[in-house]
Design a protein. Sequence first.
Length: 281
Amino acid sequence: MIKGMPSVAWALAALAVLCGEPNSARSENRPARIVSFNLCADQLLLTLADPSQIAGLSPYATDPTLSQMAEAAKPFKRLGWDAESVINLAPDLVLVGPSDRPMRAILNATGLRVVEVGLVGNLAAASRQAREIGALVGYPERGETLARTLEQAEGRLAAAVLRPPRTALVVERGGYAEGSNSLLSAMLTTAGLQPPPDSPGGFGGFVSMEQLLVDGPDILVMQDPPREARDQGALFIAHPALLQRYGRGRRIDIPARTTLCGGPAAIEGVNRLTQALTTLR
């Protein structure tokens, strides 16, 4: 960890101190039983809400490959894949994701209060979301602290920019390259790393091995890359020619769980990327 760089654990400890604020400073309309049916909402709840407020978390909550807070989620009840598992908990607030429309329709029909937690595509959106969810669960000051911690991490990432400027591309299994509409791509832009010409835009697309070997980026970024070619998707990432071209000094590996969501996951992702750039320097 870079000197002066607070870890996610530090940030969460700072938020925990806020649990002792006077009752007069707390919202009178704070939800008492909150259920999350979304991976990103899980982590925001664990960070911003009181444990007593959390009635249930999504089925993904304790998966360490997906959640930065899988360990913290273990004491809480996990939901099933059906609406009944939510309704039976009698929540006064349910958090869902953008892809949970059928679930949302069913829950709305029962009269439950349902709020969508959207995907964040950049760090500014992650900060806004922290403030919004903090206010939603009745602790706006915790949301503000989380947002400021993220903004401070973003500032350190921007200061770690490489000179001269370099290009970077996020490449996944099978040669799929992330476009500009992803949180990780936004992190790279903050660090001054731009995609090479003719790289996929939007949500991404596929690139060929030949393109990467002949006219690829200066730096290749991979999320949880496989170490062995056990299937066709892994074969692309583990190809000897690609590994030779993008060896130490031209490659960044980062856990996917740190780039899927805002909140504490994004803080960890930004910190890891800052550390990686410092190493490349």
